[in-house]
Design a protein around this ligand. Structure first.
Ligand code: GTP
Ligand code: MG
Length: 421
């Protein structure tokens, strides 16, 4: 698994945020000295330095010149931990100082334990217990008694997240079948462009980063800035943001691909076929257009996936909201699709879904709905209210709660299947 390097200090909540700049620099110089003291000039040190620079930038607006150096008497460390909290004369910074040192060292895999005696020289009667508590928390799996409970709780969530293996999910399908809409529904935000005309032209990766306000570092993965409106027209390559829903606490990367049957540009299909053959994913999600599943393009796609993917396949039977109770039976279509798969010797799971309803519902939940979405949402909610459109029921055999529209859209079932793989 690629190392996920996260910072469990939210800069906006960090105790140094209210200090005057001069004192912030004092704190950061101490932190730099402590981290730099541990195994300087190694590759691991580079990771720690990256974390450190990000912290400096978030507090000072730029990296700190001369912050990454060790003095003979370790005076920067001593000065930093003796700082008092803003407005609280008797409360020192040593708890969060040592928390920061051990957290960054631990996450960067610096051999901090061998520096115990060095650090001991810098801590005195009022500060030792905080250093010991931070050390215990990160190195001995302890509760970090004496540290802020919120720090400890946050760190536990983060460590759990980091210890889970990264799941790579590849999403494929024919042009305009709803691949990008499925991804947006899983992420809970418009990260991929969705249009009626063919629009996705390259493979893009989107990482779940539940620590979005902080930092997630996966090779050259960029974080989507929540405060700025993200331009989903620009093709993204590697981005991270917080997924909403049941995928929230799992390290997951979802890969969007161009439609395989783009008649205008055959290179699109080749990109996707090469990615399927490459096998660098754990789950392959093949989105099919339920109303047109027996069309040639769909059929070729399904065959290709079954014959060329060696990984777990999930078929999404999408756009079921377009069925009409008077003309179509969702149940029969699902059965017939499962039989098609059986005839091709595939026992892959089939997930009934209305990706567009799921996406609108997630947007509503996240407070991102605009006036046009609202009209569409009302329309989809009205439909989902009828048991005929309960995709959750078709998928799991269990009726969805009366007002549980997300379950009715089928997205909860899909998320549960992804998480359980
Ligand atoms: N009614 C309905 N429309 C959907 C659903 N899913 C997607 N659509 C619509 O289908 C169109 C294409 O969706 P996209 O998500 O862009 O499809 P895509 O597979 O990513 O398309 P390309 O990237 O161009 O291959 C958009 O207008 C979506 O709003 C669905 O479940 N129901
Ligand atoms: Mg697309």
């Amino acid at each position: 698994m690629q190392k996920l390097l996260t910072s469990n200090i939210i800069p906006s909540n960090h105790p140094i945020k209210d200090l005057p700049e001069k004192l912030k620099i004092r704190y950061l110089k101490g932190l730099g000295e402590a981290l730099c003291l541990i195994e300087p000039n190694s590759q691991k040190e580079q990771k720690a330095k990256f974390c450190y620079d990000v912290l400096c930038e978030s507090f000072l607006g730029n990296t700190l010149e001369g912050g990454w150096e060790v003095t003979k008497d370790l005076r920067h460390i001593k000065k930093a931990q003796n700082l008092c909290r803003f407005g609280l004369k008797f409360f020192r910074m040593s708890d969060c100082f040592w928390w920061d040192v051990y957290r960054i060292a631990y996450q960067s895999e610096l051999p901090i334990e061998s520096y115990d005696s060095e650090f001991q020289k810098t801590t005195g009667i009022f500060t030792t217990k905080f250093r010991e508590a931070a050390k215990k928390h990160f190195l001995d799996g302890g509760n970090g008694e004496g540290l802020h409970k919120t720090l400890v709780a946050q760190s536990k969530d983060e460590l759990n997240f980091c210890q889970r293996p990264l799941k790579r999910i590849l999403v494929v399908g024919t042009v305009s079948v709803g691949k990008s809409t499925v991804i947006n529904a899983l992420v809970g935000r418009k990260v991929a462009q969705m249009r009626t005309a063919a629009c996705t032209s390259q493979v893009s990766e989107i990482f779940n980063n539940p620590f979005c306000e902080h930092l997630l570092y996966i090779a050259d993965c960029k974080q989507i800035n929540y405060s700025k409106k993200w331009d989903c027209n620009s093709n993204f390559e590697k981005q991270s943001l917080r997924f909403t829903g049941s995928l929230d606490s799992y390290p997951i990367v979802i890969m969007d691909t161009p439609g395989v049957d783009n008649a205008l540009d055959e290179s699109h299909g080749q990109i996707t076929r090469d990615t399927i053959l490459g096998g660098e994913y754990d789950i392959l999600i093949c989105v099919v257009n339920a109303p047109y599943v027996e069309r040639t393009g769909e059929n070729e796609m399904i065959e290709y996936v079954i014959h060329n993917s060696k990984k777990k396949i999930i078929f999404i039977f999408n756009q079921l909201d377009r069925f009409r109770p008077s003309n179509d039976s969702i149940e029969e279509s699902l059965d017939s699709f499962r039989n098609i798969l059986k005839s091709k010797n595939s026992d892959a799971q089939v997930v009934p879904l209305s990706a567009i309803s799921a996406f609108l519902l997630k947007k509503e939940k996240n407070g991102q709905i605009d006036e046009f979405d609202e009209i569409d949402l009302e329309y989809h909610k009205k439909k989902l209210f009828s048991p005929y459109y309960d995709m959750g029921l078709y998928g799991t055999g269990h009726e969805s709660g009366e007002n549980d529209f997300l379950a009715k859209s089928g997205i909860i079932n899909l998320e549960n299947i992804i998480v359980s793989q």
